[in-house]
Design a binder for this molecule. Structure first.
Ligand SMILES: Nc1ncnc2c1ncn2[C@@H]1O[C@H](COP(=O)(O)OP(=O)(O)OP(=O)(O)O)[C@@H](O)[C@H]1O
Length: 306
């Protein structure tokens, strides 16, 4: 059985069709990334899955419970952890009190273990918490009752790089012990590090659901070269090079000219390495293609940035 099944989910806010016939499944035991630019409709789907708002049309199940049935959903939520975007804990309560409240609702058998990984200042009131500390408390709260499914809306926002890495390792180890994880993000490089599969949403519509390996294979790398001397365009116009830009620049202090080359590359890295080996390189950069470029290449720009 799938941990989450979303079928034709539609949410019309009046001005905005935030989810338009959204359909996808999350398999039990996988880490599924729900990826899309700001305003794409990720939070709308997540809040609907958690029963916090009703769909205009379509439906979904979480751990087999129909989200339209309050009683089914309440029962299922005992086995679900939820970390909302910008968790709104009671500002006057201390972190400890927030956890005590959640423990009374769902349990807290893993509280101490989680507090060793993510250590918010429990004795302080929430109003004194930094964004990162709220996020840490949210993570402890989401996992401490040892749920079967955890749903997180932009979980790494506010975490510094060290904690992000700890979070990634933790989520992978949770997956390895059988927990299903559904998380949203607008950053491809973040999702690629932990997710098994990804669903991309844009303008309220699902544009693809595929494995992260397949997505990365298709999205390619951004390559930049700074080469001493002339480079002819034909020399770098390899199969798999897209959006190629070749510019000659005069460098006053240097003896001669420099050529700057940039492109997105989806071809064979060995072919690229062979070409580059023949250049007098000044600089060489390879980065993940930005998410927006991936969208532009595969899905066009007919829907603007949302
Ligand atoms: N309660 C609401 N009333 C009206 N419009 C809304 C409401 N909530 C969200 N929207 C709109 O629906 C669209 C999708 O918003 P949503 O928050 O689901 O996107 P998102 O992908 O989570 O974006 P972000 O990453 O910025 O949080 C946006 O255009 C947003 O302005």
């Amino acid at each position: 059985m799938s941990a989450i099944e979303v079928a034709g989910l539609t949410k019309d806010y009046g001005d905005v069709l935030a989810n338009d016939d959204v359909t996808f499944d999350v398999e039990s035991g996988e880490i599924f990334g729900y990826l899309g630019p700001n305003g794409a409709g990720k939070t709308t789907t997540i809040r609907t899955l958690m029963g916090l708002q009703s769909p205009t049309d379509g439906t979904a199940t979480v751990l087999g419970a129909d989200i339209r049935s309050e009683s089914e959903l309440v029962a299922a939520k005992q086995r679900i952890g939820y970390l909302p975007a910008n968790p709104a804990f009671d500002e006057t309560a201390t972190g400890e009190e927030v956890l005590d409240l959640h423990a009374s609702l769902k349990g807290d058998q893993r509280r101490e273990e989680l507090l060793e990984l993510f250590d918010p200042p429990l004795e302080r009131p929430i109003r004194d918490y930094s964004t990162g500390n709220v996020q840490k408390l949210g993570l402890v709260q989401a996992f401490m009752h040892d749920p079967d499914l955890v749903v997180m809306d932009e979980p790494t926002s506010g975490l510094d790089p060290l904690l992000q890495r700890r979070f990634n390792e933790f989520v992978r180890s949770e997956r390895d012990r059988g927990t299903t994880v559904f998380l949203s993000s607008h950053v491809l490089s973040e999702v690629r590090q932990i997710c098994d599969r990804v669903g991309i949403i844009r303008g309220g519509r699902i544009v693809t659901v595929e494995s992260v390996a397949d997505l990365l294979g298709r999205s390619g790398k951004s390559v930049t070269l700074r080469v001493a001397g002339h480079v002819e365009r034909d020399a770098v116009d390899l199969p798999g090079a897209h959006d190629l830009v070749v510019e000659r620049v005069d460098v006053p202090d240097d003896d001669g000219r420099v050529t700057e080359v940039s492109f997105t590359y989806t071809g064979d890295v060995n072919e690229l390495a062979d070409i580059i080996a023949g250049f007098d390189l000044l600089e060489f950069g390879v980065e993940e293609a930005p998410l927006e470029d991936v969208f532009m290449r595969f899905y066009g720009d007919e829907e603007g940035t949302a």
